[in-house]
Design a protein around this ligand. Structure first.
Ligand code: DC
Length: 216
């Protein structure tokens, strides 16, 4: 098992940019667990699995599914879904289906396997609490609701997605409620995680702060 740096936090706090940069600087691999949930969300949606499907129906629909990261791209059953998983709709279904035990059970092994032979920076909602409770370093990256909605808005605009600031704020609020109030593996700071608030910090300041804690 390699070293794991777990970075959890709500949507839009800047986890992806920070995690990628920290991984780069340390020569660790970057594990984007949100991408796994997004890919599985797309798959279940395509299979018309309803939001309220029970365990067996959900488990049957994802049996044999393959989600692979290759050269920075994400493949769902060999189809490149790297762009498709980044829409607000894909984020919505990822959040909805990630509350299902069958989905979390299916992804647990994939996530842990990624750290078997490599040092990883693992980003998500339950890295420090459930997937890697013994992680070498744990962080909880937070930011104000408005700050996170603004980041989400700018990211999507840059990708050419039509969205208003109000829609971005609603998306962040809805996902906060769903991700933190679900029964299984809810978004929660691990007791031993270092909390970093990115609201008033630049990306570089957050990265330097984390690297400082890691090197302590
Ligand atoms: O980080 P993201 O926005 O790509 O994540 C999409 C959704 O996936 C998020 O709303 C909740 C879910 N998720 C999760 O439940 N557990 C994780 N470790 C990562 C993501």
């Amino acid at each position: 098992m390699g070293k794991v740096i777990a970075i959890d936090g709500p949507s839009g706090a800047g986890k992806s940019s920070v995690s990628k940069a920290v991984a780069d600087r340390l020569g660790f691999q970057y594990l984007d667990t949100g991408a796994l949930y997004r890919a599985i969300g797309i798959h279940l949606r395509r299979k018309n699995v309803p939001d309220d499907a029970l365990y067996d129906e959900t488990a049957a629909a994802i049996e044999g599914i393959s989600i692979v990261f290759r050269e920075g791209r994400v493949y769902l059953n060999d189809e490149d879904v790297s762009d498709a998983i980044r829409t607000t709709e894909a984020g919505h279904y990822a959040s909805v289906f990630s509350a299902k035990k069958a989905v979390r059970d299916a992804l647990l092994g994939i996530q842990r396997d990624a750290a078997l032979d490599h040092d990883v920076v693992a980003e998500g909602r339950d890295m420090g609490t459930v997937v890697f409770p013994g992680a070498w370093k744990k962080f909880y990256l937070d930011a104000s609701e408005e700050g996170r909605a603004k980041r989400r808005y700018l990211q999507l605009k840059e990708k050419g997605v039509e969205i208003t600031m109000e829609e971005a704020l609603n998306d962040v609020r809805e996902r906060d409620i769903r991700d933190s109030q679900r029964d299984i593996a809810p978004l929660k700071k691990a007791d031993d995680a270092i909390c970093v608030d990115s609201t008033a910090l630049s990306l570089n300041e957050v990265i330097e702060k984390m690297l400082g804690c890691i090197n302590e």
